[in-house]
Design a binder for this molecule. Structure first.
Ligand SMILES: *[C@@H]1O[C@H](CO)[C@@H](O)[C@H](O)[C@H]1NC(C)=O
Ligand SMILES: *[C@@H]1O[C@H](CO)[C@@H](O)[C@H](O)[C@H]1NC(C)=O
Ligand SMILES: *[C@@H]1O[C@H](CO)[C@@H](O)[C@H](O)[C@H]1NC(C)=O
Ligand SMILES: *[C@@H]1O[C@H](CO)[C@@H](O)[C@H](O)[C@H]1NC(C)=O
Length: 386
């Protein structure tokens, strides 16, 4: 009797143990799958950042959540072995700066469903693509070029109601003259032009244009003040604010000279001018009339150094003419826009039309930079890499 009792006791203990351990394992399985679900939602788009990339602070969805994107179901990682097989990634992202001169580090396997995306925040002239490996390689492009799959702009023109007007804007032709308040802000100006410059040699050879312009301006007793490492004037260390103040107060013009001449390439430098009541003198390869309000800037390349110097002098002598350059303020605002915004990428990856639409970049090197073969020659590499 006692033996049977002992045995049944043992049995009950055993059953209890089994039940408890079952519950425990069930719970841990549940917790595990729950965790797994948070990190690995089935409709999550996995983006493998093949090289380096600006703005990707942390692995995961943080980049999309932090920016409060409309679509947050995207996941950044730099871990090539996250799934053990590269074909599981929805997207592989390549940064132009890293693939410009080399074509050795390529994914070993590829799924036809995957999108290879070419992304860059810099110009085609600064970073041509040289290796033939990249022809017929990328599915999408994410650059400042308007004909990119996911284009972005360094600057945005909004209307007075704060709506982004995009590019190819139908400009208002009869703009309202500026009021006295704006005229007052322009009253103290006495110096011709300023430029903030830290990169002293450039593909656009803006440094040469600058030199010639200085020469022609000297005939009118006008000068250009160069702030930064390429000139003698300095902003206070760590802050540009005192320079903005001086630009706003003293200078008629700001020289928004790009470091390379590329289609659609207008960087945020031009905002120094627009934000600080100076008329931008632009030098670059973009069709400026597509991006900027008419009569709000002067195109340096279109008129050349000598004529530009004369034009600047004429305008400085004629206040009324100078005021005309600020009429845009009555109709538009011009602001900085986020470059390579992860939100745009994630939105595109949720766009069914785009996902199924096949785009081919067969002659990719040519598409990105028509002069790539000169730029990629050995001679170029030896002589011109800054
Ligand atoms: C990459 O992912 C694999 C598989 O999940 C993991 O074992 C490895 O530790 C990860 N590597 C890094 C650097 O996070
Ligand atoms: C991506 O491009 C490659 C090479 O052109 C092509 O073979 C593949 O079908 C494309 N895939 C998608 C999803 O567009
Ligand atoms: C692109 O990003 C790099 C790294 O953040 C930066 O140094 C460079 O100035 C950027 N280029 C442009 C044109 O904004
Ligand atoms: C230029 O400036 C200098 C010194 O301020 C002055 O002596 C000279 O007369 C000016 N020349 C002209 C053409 O205005």
């Amino acid at each position: 009797m006692a033996r049977i009792r002992k045995l049944s006791d043992l049995l009950i203990h055993l059953i209890c143990l089994i039940i408890i351990s079952y519950i425990v394992t069930q719970r841990s399985v549940k917790i595990f799958t729950f965790k797994k679900l948070i990190r690995f939602l089935p409709d999550l788009k996995y983006i493998l950042v093949w090289t380096s990339f600006y703005g990707i602070e942390e692995e995961g969805q943080t980049a999309f959540v932090r920016r409060e994107c409309n679509f947050k179901n995207c996941y950044f990682t730099q871990n090539r072995s996250l799934f053990g097989d590269l074909r599981y990634f929805d997207v592989i992202l390549f940064n132009a700066q890293d693939v410009s001169l080399s074509g050795n580090d390529l994914p070993s396997t590829r799924s036809v469903l995957q999108k290879y995306i070419f992304a860059t925040n810099d110009s085609a002239d600064n970073y041509p693509i040289c290796s033939p490996s990249y022809d017929d390689f990328f599915n999408w492009t994410w650059t400042y070029r308007l004909e990119s799959t996911i284009p972005y702009k360094f600057i945005t023109v909004n209307n007075i109601d704060d709506q982004d007007l995009g590019s190819h804007i139908p400009w208002k032709r009869n703009m309202t003259p500026i009021n006295n308040q704006i005229k007052m802000q322009l009253y103290m100006k006495s110096k011709a032009a300023a430029i903030f410059l830290n990169k002293c040699e450039s593909r656009s050879r803006r440094e040469l244009f600058l030199k010639n312009l200085q020469y022609h301006l000297s005939k009118y007793n006008l000068t250009i003040d160069i702030f930064g490492e390429c000139g003698s004037k300095r902003c206070k260390r760590n802050t540009m604010t005192p320079c903005y103040y001086r630009l706003r107060r003293n200078y008629f013009f700001y020289l928004a000279f790009e470091d390379s001449l590329d289609a659609d390439y207008i960087t945020r430098d031009i905002l120094y001018a627009y934000k600080n009541n100076a008329v931008p003198i632009v030098l670059g390869g973009a069709q400026y009339e597509l991006f900027l309000p008419p009569n709000s800037y002067i195109n340096a390349l279109a008129i050349g150094e000598e004529k530009l110097a004369k034009t600047m002098n004429d305008i400085i002598q004629d206040r009324e003419r100078y005021y005309h350059f600020f009429k845009w303020k009555n109709h538009y605002t011009i602001t900085e826009s986020p470059v390579l915004n992860p939100c745009s990428l994630c939105a595109s990856l949720n766009n069914q039309h785009w996902l199924t639409h096949k785009i081919s970049f067969k002659n990719f090197r040519q598409w990105w930079n028509p002069f790539y073969s000169d730029r990629c020659s050995i001679r170029w590499r030896k002589l011109n890499v800054f």
